[in-house]
Design a protein around this ligand. Structure first.
Ligand code: NAP
Length: 315
């Protein structure tokens, strides 16, 4: 007979680990499936300066490591596995994972959202060294510098606008000449004295790989084919995020972009009706705030809901 677990947590970023701390402390012996990006987005950032309690800031990977140790201290166990599919038709739920089948009475989905990247080798090599997907996290490091934001949607406009607080000049690079961004956000960016726009432009290479520091961009005009160098010291990706929810398609309610719809903060629904025993927290259900602290907050809520459900069921 397969063991029936009380709580399985999918994802090991800030939301998943906070859910792990709370549910472990409640004696639920949670199992955390670490997923394909263990530690989530924080594990890819450098200094986190806005997480309460760390007056000097803390490195993202260290913060994650601390949370993991805290959860383990109360009995949480971790497995380096990904979930391939899930059967939510009846409780307990059955999960097919890369480490075999797992059966659980509650499932906390904290599988996050992954920033879209351009996919250039030089871009990947310079993440955390001038290439970032989070203006709120890393903008502060570019005070007085010239930087670029890539993308033509609301995220890119919003990031560029936010970054003018720090940078002397922000150049928005967009691959077309029509924008997805809403009129108001586009106008706000286009009329800002510190923001320049370059359309029909793609990034061929991020320069500075050898120095481990962004020195500029090699750009190509898609209309003329002409190449040019833009000297900058930071590149921010504003080309969107993708929630990690593929395995839930058709099983629970997702919005038009694949984010999990929740009600009552963390309760998951199917056709508008709450599915007892499954909860979603962190970026997988939050396209608005996307902060470590808000992810942690919803992770806590999910664990408390799971605990309440188990208690009501007499487990
Ligand atoms: P988005 O609207 O999907 O825009 C992504 C942009 O990135 C597009 O301009 C796209 O170019 C470009 N892009 C995608 N892949 C690329 C690649 N490989 N290389 C170069 N460019 C690439 O995403 P988003 O801006 O993150 O917005 C997502 C949703 O959140 C939207 O509904 C938006 O309105 C909303 N949002 C709202 C606010 C706000 O109201 N405050 C702020 C942020 C986001 P193409 O146009 O050529 O496809």
């Amino acid at each position: 007979m397969t063991e029936i677990r009380s709580t399985v947590i999918l994802g090991s970023g800030c939301a998943g680990l906070t859910a792990a701390i709370y549910s472990a402390r409640a004696g639920l012996n949670p199992l955390i499936l670490e997923g394909h990006e263990p530690g989530g987005q924080l594990s890819m950032t450098t200094l986190v300066e806005n997480f309460p309690g760390w007056p000097e800031g803390i490195q993202g990977p260290e913060l994650i490591d601390n949370m993991k140790k805290q959860a383990a201290r109360f009995g949480a166990t971790f497995q380096q596995a990904d979930m391939a599919s899930v059967d939510l038709k009846e409780n307990p739920f059955r999960l097919q994972t890369s480490a075999g089948e797992i059966v659980t009475r509650t499932l906390i989905v904290a599988s996050g959202a992954s920033a879209r990247w351009l996919g250039l080798k030089s871009e990947q090599a310079l993440i955390g060294h001038g290439v970032s997907s989070c203006a709120t996290c890393d903008g502060f490091f570019f005070r007085g510098k010239e930087i670029a934001v890539v993308g033509g949607g609301d995220s890119a406009m919003e990031e560029a606008h936010f970054l003018t607080r720090f940078a002397d000049k922000v150049t928005i690079l967009h691959r077309r000449d029509a924008f997805r961004a809403s009129k108001i956000m586009l106008e706000r960016a286009a009329t800002h004295t510190k923001i320049a726009m370059r359309t029909n432009t793609v990034i061929e290479e991020v320069l500075g790989e050898e120095d481990k520091e962004v020195k500029g961009l090699r750009l190509r005009d898609v209309k003329t084919g002409e190449e040019s160098i833009l000297p900058i010291s930071g590149l921010f990706l504003g080309i969107g995020h993708e929630p990690n929810t593929k395995m839930f398609a058709g099983k629970i309610d997702l919005d038009e972009d694949g984010y999990i719809r929740t009600t009552g903060n963390v309760l998951v629904t199917k056709d508008g009706v709450v599915v007892p025993g499954i909860y979603a927290c962190g970026d997988v259900q939050d396209r608005r705030y996307r902060q470590a602290i808000t992810a942690a907050g919803s992770g806590c809520m999910a664990a408390l809901e799971a605990e309440k459900f188990l208690e009501e069921q007499g487990h």
